[in-house]
Write a protein that binds this ligand. Structure first.
Ligand SMILES: C[S@@+](CC[C@H](N)C(=O)[O-])C[C@H]1O[C@@H](n2cnc3c(N)ncnc32)[C@H](O)[C@@H]1O
Length: 225
């Protein structure tokens, strides 16, 4: 049942530990319920397709990171679109599920707050419903990381639920969890990315579908150069 998260400063390590524990708990159920892109609408997939096309067409050759990849379904989708995709996630159980489901693709445990990639090494980065778990005070640091790892001319695609403020999940995928997430107004999120040095090229906002509680927003940005 969604409720308002407790006010006050958030300890980054404690928050990360709770996100990791929540996704470790739900990993197998998540992988079983969402094996592919069935939950994405045609518009969502068209947006991901445009991102993949841009990454391929810009000539910023190199790998494409799916950060907060969960059980790897979008990593596999990017690979099927012809990209050299690899995944990273905070949750070891999610990474294990991703490796089981997609044994030919590389997956590592890691954090958005300190990406284990060299500067300017990624032709593209996808953050598909992973920034939703980054507390607003930490988002500028994560945006700086995304900028740092992108090659000049490389593209970023972010997917989030659109709206305002925090929400708390105590139940997800049939399990009890203690998980905080944040809704983002597209303009606000675009501002954070812009201040990190990224050039926001498009903002797609669509209305909720029947199974969704919120509008969805997709931001496409590019590292200048
Ligand atoms: C809603 S799931 C989305 C997973 C995947 N992108 C998908 O679409 O199926 C959010 C994922 O983000 C990961 N995540 C949340 N915060 C993270 C962080 N700071 N660093 C890395 N991964 C994170 C979670 O562990 C979880 O697997």
């Amino acid at each position: 049942m969604p409720a308002t998260t407790a006010p006050g400063p958030i300890d980054p390590d404690a928050h990360a530990a709770r996100v990791r524990a929540a996704y470790d708990t739900v990993a197998d159920a998540y992988a079983a319920l969402l094996p592919g892109t069935e939950a994405e609408t045609p518009l969502d997939l068209a947006t991901v397709g445009a991102f993949a096309w841009l990454v391929g067409a810009t000539g910023a050759a190199g790998p494409v990171a799916d950060v907060g990849c969960g059980a790897g379904r979008m990593t596999a989708h990017l690979a099927a679109l012809g990209l050299a995709a690899h995944g990273l996630d905070l949750s070891p159980a999610m990474v294990a599920a991703a490796r089981r489901a997609h044994p030919t693709l590389p997956f590592v445990v890691g954090s958005l707050a300190a990406l284990p990639y060299p500067d300017a090494s990624q032709a593209g980065v996808l953050a598909w419903y992973s920034l939703i778990h980054v507390p607003p005070a930490q988002l500028p640091g994560v945006a700086a990381e995304l900028h740092r790892v992108l090659a000049p001319g490389g593209h970023l695609l972010v997917g989030v639920q659109a709206g305002d403020g925090p929400r708390h999940l105590s139940r997800a995928y049939g399990h009890d969890v203690d998980l905080d997430a944040w809704l983002w107004r597209p303009d606000e999120l675009a501002g954070v990315l812009t201040r990190a040095g990224l050039d926001v090229r498009a903002r797609v906002v669509r209305e909720p579908e029947a199974h969704e509680r919120h509008a969805q927003a997709f931001l496409l940005a590019r590292r200048p150069g």
